[in-house]
Design a protein around this ligand. Structure first.
Ligand code: SAM
Length: 165
């Protein structure tokens, strides 16, 4: 498969999965967390599909298109390894949804990321909340959910928290 086809498939899967979860996430109280602003594509989509949710965005820096820059209260700058651990006073409630888009494309680095990320994400999620990620996270108090038709198996994971750890 060409890199163009692979890119299109990835973007299409992201859109299908984000939209698939909206009705379920809206039944849960709490803000949305976007881990990885990048150029703001998925953040911009989240704003559109969650008009009634507060969305907090995490990244090292704000390098997105100016039309989709989060406001200062909702852009949390720095290494997520630090900021996710200490964002509670700012984000306040536990989250109904986290979209994690910070994979590195390097399997060793990804293993390191999931090691520090899983406990931090657990702490920030509400019971009943959903996590969408391409990273395989070890979250014993979350269930792994089925994905909608057409999503490549193993490419994305949907987790739902069923209990506090
Ligand atoms: C693939 S891009 C996100 C793309 C974005 N969701 C979009 O649709 O445009 C990944 C982003 O995650 C950020 N990132 C990766 N690891 C991070 C970390 N540990 N702390 C903060 N930001 C991180 C990178 O700076 C990059 O902007």
């Amino acid at each position: 498969m060409s890199r163009l086809d692979s890119f299109i498939r990835r973007m299409t899967s992201q859109k299908i999965l984000l939209e698939y979860l909206v009705d379920k996430v809206n039944l849960v109280e709490g803000p949305v967390l976007e881990l990885g602003l990048g150029n703001g594509r998925t953040y911009d989509h989240l704003r559109e599909i969650y008009p009634d949710k507060e969305i907090f965005v995490f990244d090292f820096a704000m390098n997105c298109h100016p039309s989709c820059a989060p406001d200062a209260d909702h852009m949390i700058l720095g290494d997520i390894r630090d900021t996710l651990a200490f964002c509670a006073p700012r984000v306040r409630a536990q989250a109904s949804f986290a979209h994690i888009d910070i994979g590195s494309a390097d399997p060793t680095n990804d293993l390191a990321i999931v090691n520090w990320l899983a406990p931090l994400i657990d702490e920030r999620m509400a019971v009943g909340g959903f996590v969408l990620t391409a990273l395989e996270l070890d979250l014993p108090n979350f269930e792994l959910l089925e994905k909608p038709e057409g999503i490549h198996p193993g490419r994305y994971h949907i987790y739902r928290k069923f209990a506090e750890a």
